[in-house]
Design a binder for this molecule. Structure first.
Ligand SMILES: [Zn+2]
Ligand SMILES: [Zn+2]
Length: 268
């Protein structure tokens, strides 16, 4: 593996991303409000731990999930879920495995050895809770970051929160706020420029012109705030898209234009 490669838990991440996106209209603002202190710290300047990561906290808690399964489903299903999740996050507990087939207590396994063994697996999950949740959230982010339309909606909602909290932000982080009570523009770190360029496949998110500059270098690359700072948008790393100079100039300080256009794999 190259030094920058990382193992991801994509199946668990995909499940979490689906839950977080489909519940956005119902409880997006509640979720943001719950984690607003963490979110505010992450959006003052581009941060690898984004507002989306904190938003995902609202939906991801492996300890609770396992507990719910243990209470509400068959023990073998709960064990199967724990086993698969741990395998995906590359944790290998040195624990005995239950043998439900050969167990004589076949109606629920509440009083047999199986239950004792599964309890050890549950304790192992609780002990490694932070590491498991962190990897699943980071994996879910990989999917959500692809969806500029969702990011647009997310950052419009986040802008409402930032507007409400501007006095708090100004009191606690005055160096990040302008005289007009908007967040101060911050420079884009290299890791962010590369991520946005890679996600948007080197093309302008609006007019789709090629910004790869492989042959001619006349097209200047612009990183744009999807929801502008002027509208209480933030410097969050997930609020950025790739634009050409023409689109960036004509977008103006009050437009939140983006597009859901992408290049499907079969069209590469
Ligand atoms: Zn049993
Ligand atoms: Zn353009």
């Amino acid at each position: 593996m190259a030094t920058k490669d990382q193992h991801l838990a994509l199946s668990s991440g995909l499940g979490l991303a689906g839950i977080a996106v489909s519940n956005f209209w119902d409880c997006g603002s509640e979720a943001m409000n719950t984690f607003k202190e963490d979110i505010i710290i992450s959006i003052l300047k581009p941060n690898k731990e984004t507002a989306i990561h904190h938003y995902l906290n609202f939906f991801q808690n492996i300890e609770e999930e396992v507990d719910m399964m243990w209470k509400n489903t068959d023990l073998d299903e709960a064990y199967e879920f724990i086993f698969r999740t741990l395998e995906e996050v590359k944790l290998k507990p040195d624990l005995p495995e239950p043998n439900f087939e050969s167990c004589e207590e076949d109606c629920g396994h509440f009083d047999c050895e199986c239950n004792e063994i599964v309890m050890q697996w549950i304790a192992y999950v609780s002990k490694n809770l932070d590491e498991i949740d962190k990897l699943i959230k980071h994996s879910a982010f990989q999917f959500i970051f692809q969806d500029r339309n969702f990011l647009h909606n997310f950052h419009i909602e986040l802008a409402n929160l930032i507007e409400r909290e501007m006095n708090y932000i100004k009191a606690n982080y005055p160096e990040f706020v302008t005289a007009k009570n908007k967040l101060r523009r911050k420079t884009f770190p290299v890791w962010l420029k590369q991520a946005v360029f890679y996600r948007d496949k080197g093309t302008c998110a609006i007019c789709r012109c090629d910004l790869s500059n492989l042959v001619r270098t006349q097209n200047t690359i612009h990183i744009d705030h999807i929801v502008p700072l002027e509208l209480f948008g933030t410097n969050d790393a997930s609020n950025m898209q790739l634009l050409c100079e023409t689109c960036n100039t004509s977008k103006g300080a009050r437009s939140t234009a983006t597009s859901s256009i992408n290049v499907p794999y079969w069209n590469l």
